[in-house]
Ligand binder design. Structure first.
Ligand code: M6R
Length: 618
């Protein structure tokens, strides 16, 4: 969590650093700060609150904006409450060094005690202030330059970090380093300027050339001299590749929508097409996926598939379980990455692990991958962010190509992850001969129709908004679904709670009578996914059970439904499709519903409290 930015060059650094922070606010937004170096002095501004709060404070002191070198930080607190003092950047004791940090220094307490013995005192409760003083102490002890001091200090550190450090006594360089948290370095024209950030979005309008540091690497970025990348462990030089960025400015702006979340919900038809484009040739009956094709034996010989993920990606994994078992007849287990990594799971080289992550940076998922690899499993990644840590750590994988997802509540990531999982399930089913040719072709044709059907669903947004108006003041909600739509019930509940702070629970519909039914009274809205496939009659009985206890029923039904319509208080109709593909449709009205409720309640939809887009700490 936390976002960091930096600039060194010939332009005014302030607008670059502050706008960069705004783009990185999805990573954390409980406090923000910048340091600008005007050629003589470092000027520090920091505050609890959002980047906009910081900006309004700095607008009163224009001298604090001066300089062509700067670093900035937007925080998601780990050590120390969010307040002005704990906000980054942090100075070293002498005031010569300044740092911004994303991550956690686990042994900070031991290091702090040692530094206190050596005469250091601390203003904040952060692990970051310990790190900058450690670097200062090493620099003094070894009488070395900043780069060497950073390298030596980091060999003493246990934990995770992405850092940017500046030394006012050598004001022509910024030193960055990474372990477990991302760092991208933008290379300006003719090496005359450099940008630093947690991802490339802060500098996309300035350069398309970037270096992504790998774990345990650091870089010394020197004006007029370029970027030198080294291994932290042994100081050896790394031949770092400059990559061409595919990101565009348009992709990371709201494009006329009030919120990123709404934009991303509306992007789903295109995102789904982008996910299967070039991979699914529906008319020819072909699915081409290099990551699968190149390792097909691993998949075909696997005893089982284990899916690891967190949050919404875990819900997509659950849909994957239904898809793989139903179509390809492969046993699947779906695990929370955070549980899997610590529960000493049985993993063998006959297992295929699929790790799903939008950001590709989720710490628990990354750790689960490393564990599975160490036990000999083949690990396949499903990520959205190109070049992310998970994409690099896995043996093979497939990108969802959903485009940047900035709203903290995941939307298009979910539907594109399900699209990828459907393609894999279908491909394996074909290879294993578990699906007839006719069924295989029919699924491909149906999948091809999904974007259009999502488009149609988006047209009933006003109807969904009317329903949102009725239930916006609810304090508890229940979401029920069966089969393929049980994970959608979980996802619907997660969407509502994370952006509107209304308590919501998702349940397999039939489980209701084993407990949650006790909650149902005339004040309880129950969102039921009751499409006409699968266990329709069973879910109709569940709907009746709710009705007879006076619960309010909002049902998602297939177009033309008569039975549920008669019983429910409200219905939302979705176009007909194959049962296995219904999650791609039933999810959409639930996303819209949560969105409208949160807006009506005046919540910060894109940046809900206490959350961050990439959970890069445990
Ligand atoms: O980037 P990832 O897909 O690994 O993120 C996993 C979860 O943190 C994420 O899905 C989270 O639950 C979202 N806020 C849900 O909307």
């Amino acid at each position: 969590m936390c976002g960091i930015t930096g600039y060194i060059g010939h332009r005014e650094a302030y607008p670059i650093v502050i706008n960069g922070l705004k783009r990185l606010e999805y990573r954390g937004y409980d406090s923000a700060g910048v340091m600008l170096f005007d050629g003589q002095e470092m000027h520090l501004s920091k505050t609890k609150g959002k980047v906009a709060d910081l900006e309004s404070i700095i607008s009163k002191s224009p001298d604090k904006k001066l300089g062509s070198i700067g670093i900035g930080h937007t925080r998601w607190a780990t050590h120390g409450v969010p307040n002005d003092v704990n906000s980054h950047p942090h100075f070293s004791q002498s005031g010569d060094l300044v740092i911004v940090h994303n991550g956690i220094i686990e042994n900070y307490d031991t290091l702090k005690k040692e530094l206190i013995k050596r005469g250091y005192s601390f203003k904040s409760d952060t692990d970051t202030e310990v790190l900058v003083n450690l670097i200062e102490e090493v620099k003094k002890e070894e009488n070395c330059k900043l780069g060497k001091a950073v390298q030596l200090a980091l060999t003493q550190v246990v934990g995770a970090y992405a850092i940017a450090v500046f030394d006012k006594t050598k004001p022509n360089e910024i030193v960055v380093a990474r372990l477990g948290s991302p760092i991208a370095i933008g290379i300006g024209k003719d090496f005359e300027e450099f940008f630093v950030a947690s991802d490339a979005s802060p500098f996309i309008e300035f350069t398309k050339d970037a270096i992504y540091l790998e774990d345990e690497e650091m870089a010394i970025i020197k004006l007029e001299r370029g970027v030198k990348v080294r291994k932290i462990k042994d100081d050896s030089l790394v031949d770092a590749k400059i990559q061409e960025l595919q990101l565009s400015l348009e992709q990371i702006e709201k494009g006329g929508y009030d919120h990123f979340m709404l934009k991303e919900i509306y992007e789903q038809p295109k995102a789904i097409i982008d996910t299967y484009r070039g991979r699914m040739l529906a008319d020819e009956g072909i699915i081409k996926m290099a990551g699968i094709d190149d390792h097909i034996e691993k998949f075909l010989n696997a005893d089982r598939i284990i899916i690891v993920a967190c949050g919404t990606s875990w819900h997509a994994g659950l849909v994957g379980e239904y898809l793989f078992e139903d179509m390809a007849r492969v046993p699947v287990e779906v695990e929370y990455a955070s549980e899997f990594r610590y529960r000493n799971p049985i993993i063998t080289s006959k297992d295929v692990v699929i790790a799903i992550s939008q950001s590709g940076e989720t710490a628990d998922t990354l750790a689960a991958i490393k564990l599975a690899k160490s036990k000999g499993a083949f690990v396949f990644g499903v990520c959205n962010v190109v070049g992310s840590s998970i994409a690099r750590e896995t043996h093979a994988g497939a990108y969802t190509h959903a485009g940047p997802e900035i709203g903290v509540a995941s939307t298009k990531a979910f539907t594109t992850q399900i699209t990828i999982l459907s393609l894999i399930a279908l491909k394996l089913a074909k290879k294993r001969g578990t699906l007839s040719q006719t069924a295989f072709h029919m699924y491909l044709q149906e999948l091809q129709l999904i974007p259009n059907k999502v488009e149609r669903l988006l047209q009933i947004d006003d109807h969904v908004k009317e329903i949102a108006k009725v239930y916006k003041d609810a304090t508890n909600c229940l979401y029920l679904g069966r089969g393929f739509n049980f994970p959608v019930a979980l996802e619907g509940a997660l969407k509502l709670k994370e952006i509107s702070y209304i308590h919501a629970e998702g349940y397999p519909a039939a489980e209701m009578k084993h407990g949650p039914i006790a909650l149902i009274d005339e004040n309880m809205p129950v969102f039921v996914i009751a499409t006409n496939k699968g266990h329709y009659e069973k879910i109709v009985s569940n709907v009746q059970e709710i009705k007879s206890r006076n619960g309010k029923i909002i049902a998602i039904v297939t177009e033309g439904d008569i039975v549920v319509k008669e019983i429910a208080d409200h219905v939302i109709e979705i176009p007909d499709t194959e049962e296995a593909l219904t999650p791609l449709l039933t999810t959409v009205p639930l996303q819209l519903l949560s969105y409208h409720i949160a807006v009506m309640l005046g919540k910060n939809v894109d940046q809900p409290r206490n959350l961050a887009k990439s959970v890069t700490v445990e």
